[in-house]
Design a protein around this ligand. Structure first.
Ligand code: GTP
Ligand code: MG
Length: 255
């Protein structure tokens, strides 16, 4: 069985760095793992992808051919990728890896909110695909920022209907106190609600409280797994969460 993890999150949340660091941890622990870059707009990557959509879909040619600027070309590139899934899948399968990490487009809407992406995830990931949604601590450290990331991760979930884990990236850039707060919010709904109530009065606060209630109703809360690529921290917990999803906690076959 191949387990596929699609790494999703807002621009700059650390998707590519997570992909690089998690792969490093997996290889160190002798799990056969490959990386796939699904971001046609990636200029440089902190890892050498085993399979790279940029070899198939070229942003420069799209800009020229369709007379588009960089943003329009990114949209066309995201949609065009769907035309080449068979080729991508053949390449992925040729590695015979147990785990495949898919790094997705910088702008989350290109991956999460285009019809082509659901097709791409279903085709490449088959029945064993899950999503990892990255929370950037720069936003997650305030209660209303945390709520907005929960809303975003939930809407991605509703697009794909796949198992998902929420991951806190870059924990080395937040203070111990901020980290503790975020950890509390992710395990105890009530502490998030109380923290929201303490924010200064504003429209944003009122809206966040209403959104909180909606999230509670749809049971959108998930434990957040803290990670840091800089400290190579948290990846065992990510691995365990993947195992829990796919193999009920058992190791997938080790080669
Ligand atoms: N300190 C620290 N910085 C990190 C960590 N992970 C990522 N970063 C930094 O955050 C910035 C964005 O990281 P990327 O991995 O490029 O994020 P991304 O989500 O792939 O970005 P786009 O694809 O451009 O949307 C880079 O400057 C990284 O070096 C981390 O664990 N710790
Ligand atoms: Mg990236």
């Amino acid at each position: 069985m191949i387990a596929s993890l699609f790494v999703v999150g807002p621009a700059g949340s650390g998707k590519s760095t997570f992909t690089a660091a998690f792969r490093e941890w997996m290889i160190k622990n002798e799990y056969e793992t490959i990386t796939v870059n699904l971001d046609p707009g990636a200029e440089s990557l902190p890892y050498m992808p085993d399979v790279d959509v940029r070899d198939i879909v070229d942003l420069g040619s799209i800009m020229e051919e369709y007379q588009l600027g960089p943003n329009g070309a990114q949209i066309v590139a995201a949609d065009l990728t769907a035309n080449f899934v068979e080729e991508l899948k053949r390449e992925v399968d040729s590695y015979e890896a147990d785990y495949v990490l898919y790094d997705t487009a910088g702008q989350i809407e290109l991956f999460a909110f285009r019809a082509a992406s659901k097709f791409i995830v279903d085709y490449l990931g088959e029945e064993n695909a899950m999503l990892a949604f990255l929370f950037d601590p720069a936003l997650a450290k305030s209660p209303s920022g945390y709520i907005s990331l929960l809303i975003l991760s939930s809407s991605v979930y509703f697009r794909f209907y796949r198992p998902y884990i929420n991951i806190l990236s870059k924990i080395d850039i937040v203070s111990d106190e901020e980290l503790q707060n975020i950890a509390d919010w992710s395990t105890d709904w009530n502490s998030l609600y109380l923290a929201l109530l303490k924010e200064n009065p504003s429209m944003r606060k009122e809206l966040s409280i209403e959104l909180f209630k909606a999230l509670e109703n749809i049971d959108a809360f998930r434990t957040l797994i803290p990670t840091s690529a800089r400290m190579l921290y948290g990846y065992e917990d990510v691995y365990n969460a993947i195992q829990m999803t796919f193999a009920g906690g058992e190791d997938l076959e080790k080669r």
